[in-house]
Ligand binder design. Structure first.
Ligand SMILES: NC(=O)c1ccc[n+]([C@@H]2O[C@H](COP(=O)([O-])OP(=O)(O)OC[C@H]3O[C@@H](n4cnc5c(N)ncnc54)[C@H](OP(=O)(O)O)[C@@H]3O)[C@@H](O)[C@H]2O)c1
Length: 292
């Protein structure tokens, strides 16, 4: 399928690692010019170099989206790189695992600023030029935890619920402009951070060997015998047991891969998705048990 992304210009926030990195690489592979963003210069430059080495165009915009000033700088740098931005993937995000035994209002506020207000900052700067051209894409990366709240990750889940809400409002606000707004909500995806966490669990369980074997045992014990991880013999603490039970169980029986999120993002970013607007689309192996 030709996604007609040749010549489009994209900014992928938080593309210095993880899912964002894979989205940036995939959009570039489809012919888009991509602005790679993060706070860590070495990592953002590494990703941009991988894109240019593949023969596509890339630029780097650095800055903390949690402040107006740096977000403004990121937006200006991105627009200057290729003379405008047609596609924004608001992927940058942070999380922490919290417990209701010790809720921390300052951390909640900080996370809301990082995960939600950051998106508003980026949109504020990049939307006017999209509207002027009569075409644009605003794609927010949400999470299954937005629709299936868990006892752990409460602050994070609330920020992702806000993202879904914001996106629907945005789609309505952008009626008949040619600019669409959608959320893509992944379940657990095997990024370096998630891999490190699983390796930590593997260490506690005394599993050794290659990553493929660790993942095989992790998945087998999760999905075939969840009790061994969350039950009374578990070597995990209560918060980790909750997290495993609430976040990882899904009918497909495995952890997702970044490519599986990325394929959907590239499609939604393309002109082929002109009629998909205001949606929240799950890529989670069926983890969120809703009718939509
Ligand atoms: N991995 C999963 O299983 C999963 C599941 C559901 C949803 N998600 C969502 O997918 C997105 C990407 O997650 P990931 O797992 O790929 O995360 P990751 O590997 O930790 O990457 C996060 C990215 O966001 C950037 N970032 C974070 N806060 C920022 C800020 N204040 N200003 C600028 N950049 C910031 C980081 O840049 P620097 O490090 O360079 O600063 C990094 O590039 C997030 O929105 C996350 O909530 C992930």
């Amino acid at each position: 399928m030709d996604l007609q992304l040749e010549g489009k210009r994209a900014l992928v926030t938080g593309s210095s690692s993880g899912i964002g990195e894979a989205i940036a690489m995939a959009l570039a592979k489809e012919g888009a010019s991509v602005v790679v963003h993060g706070r860590r210069e070495d990592e953002a430059v590494r990703v941009a170099k991988a894109i240019t080495d593949s023969g596509a165009s890339a630029a780097v915009a650095l800055g903390d989206l949690a402040t107006d000033e740096e977000a403004g700088h990121v937006a200006k740098t991105a627009m200057a790189a290729f003379g405008g931005i047609d596609i924004v993937v608001n992927n940058a995000g942070a999380y922490f695992r919290d417990e209701w035994t010790d809720p921390n209002p300052a951390r909640w506020l900080d996370l809301y600023n990082q995960n939600v207000v950051s998106v508003v900052r980026v949109i504020r700067h990049l939307l006017p030029q999209m509207k002027q051209r009569g075409w644009g894409r605003l794609i927010q990366i949400g999470s299954g935890l937005a629709s299936a709240p868990a006892a752990t990750f409460a602050a994070y889940g609330c920020t992702k619920s806000a993202i879904v809400n914001l996106t629907v409002s945005l789609a309505k606000g952008l009626a008949r402009t040619g600019v669409t707004a959608n959320t893509i909500s992944p379940g657990p995806v095997l990024t370096p951070n998630i891999e490190a966490w699983i390796k930590d669990i593997a260490g506690k369980k005394g599993w050794h060997g290659e990553w493929a074997e660790v993942e095989r045992r992790f998945v087998a014990e999760f999905f075939a015998n969840l009790e061994s991880i969350i039950g009374p013999q578990s070597v995990l603490d209560l918060a980790e047991r909750r997290c495993v039970a609430e976040f990882f169980e899904n009918p497909t029986g495995r952890i997702g891969r970044v490519e599986e999120v990325v394929d959907l993002v590239t499609f939604i970013a393309s002109p082929r998705a002109n009629y998909i607007n205001g949606a929240n689309i799950r890529v989670d192996g069926g983890y969120v048990p809703t009718t939509n």
